[in-house]
Design a protein around this ligand. Structure first.
Ligand code: R5P
Length: 301
């Protein structure tokens, strides 16, 4: 039986794309807020829409606090309507960075969020979650998860769009990822050191770049949030008289004025994937998600 794909309103373009690629059926939902702020969720067509079929919710969860309750209400309703399995395609997975107690008394939200999510869905597919101290999603999620890696697409974009690139990694923890992007883009790379002392306070130490003055610097990162990691990197490259840098992020969150600030710092181009909708989206992850979704739905047959 064909799965039914239900896209949250902010993820409709990707949901439509996946519906077509999967040869699935599009489910219609109504999601809004009551005047008092409570969420309203409706599966148009009611229980007959999903009966015994796989239901796939598509929801990218940047700025998650307003978005997550409707997703869970929808998942619970689909289960009540006898969906065979309820899966979530969540191209950007939030709450991954608070992966330990940095200060006494802090909530370890990555773990709490994973436990809550695992109560509502049967499987989840996501793109490059921020795995640092948690080595895999299965360490914190109690349901089947699959991670899809955007590195090959980032490399393809660089290879096709940048002449003579030098890849720059933001911090030592990103080295493996940066090395694989550089290898596939057939470009050299360097990795800097980073120290963050506050949400918007980042200090970097960049290795020697003398030998790379003819190259186009391409700063790559998994997430651009406040953009301060990128801003400090771009400023340092400009100080050194390097060519105007290009910034590439898998997930472009761009909190507040981050995008404009990064442009003002001197980034000549800013490119992201469509895991989060943004004007900088140039890298399409639709096809990348397909095999993982197929594996999840096949496993549930
Ligand atoms: C951190 O470890 C990540 O890889 C990114 O470098 C970080 O999330 C970027 O954040 P921001 O844009 O706020 O500097």
């Amino acid at each position: 039986m064909k799965p039914v794909v239900l896209g949250m309103p902010y993820s409709r373009p990707l949901a439509d794309q996946l519906t077509a690629l999967l040869g699935a059926e599009a489910g219609e939902i109504e999601v809004r807020h009551f005047p008092d702020g409570d969420s309203y969720v409706r599966v148009v067509g009611g229980s007959g829409v999903v009966n015994e079929r796989d239901a796939i919710i598509v929801a990218t969860l940047d700025r998650p606090d307003d978005k997550i309750l409707p997703v869970w209400f929808l998942a619970d309703t689909l289960r009540e309507f006898h969906a065979a399995r309820v899966g979530l395609v969540c191209p950007y997975l939030p709450y991954m960075r608070q992966d330990r107690r940095f200060k006494d008394g802090e909530a370890i939200t990555s773990v709490s969020f994973a436990q809550m999510m695992s109560r509502h869905v049967d499987w989840m597919v996501t793109v490059d979650p921020h795995l640092h101290r948690h080595k895999s999603l299965s360490a914190i999620y109690g349901v089947r998860t699959e991670v899809v890696h955007a590195a090959p697409l980032v490399s393809d974009w660089i290879r096709g769009s940048v002449d003579n690139p030098l890849i720059i990694g933001p911090d030592e923890e990103s080295e493996q990822w940066v090395a694989s992007v550089a290898r596939a883009a057939t470009a050299p790379y360097i990795v800097q050191r980073k120290r963050r002392s506050g949400d918007r306070s980042v200090a970097i130490e960049m290795p020697d770049t003398q030998g790379y003055r003819s190259k186009t610097p391409v700063v790559v990162d998994d997430i651009i949030s406040t953009a301060h990691t990128m801003i400090e990197t771009v400023k340092e490259l400009r100080r050194r008289g390097m060519k105007p840098p290009i910034c590439v992020g898998v997930h472009g969150i761009f909190a507040g004025d981050a995008f404009t600030e990064l442009e003002r710092a001197g980034a000549v181009a800013i490119v992201t994937s469509n895991t989060v909708n943004h004007e900088s989206n140039r890298i399409d992850i639709g096809n990348l998600l397909l095999p993982a979704i197929h594996r999840m739905t096949a496993a549930s047959q």
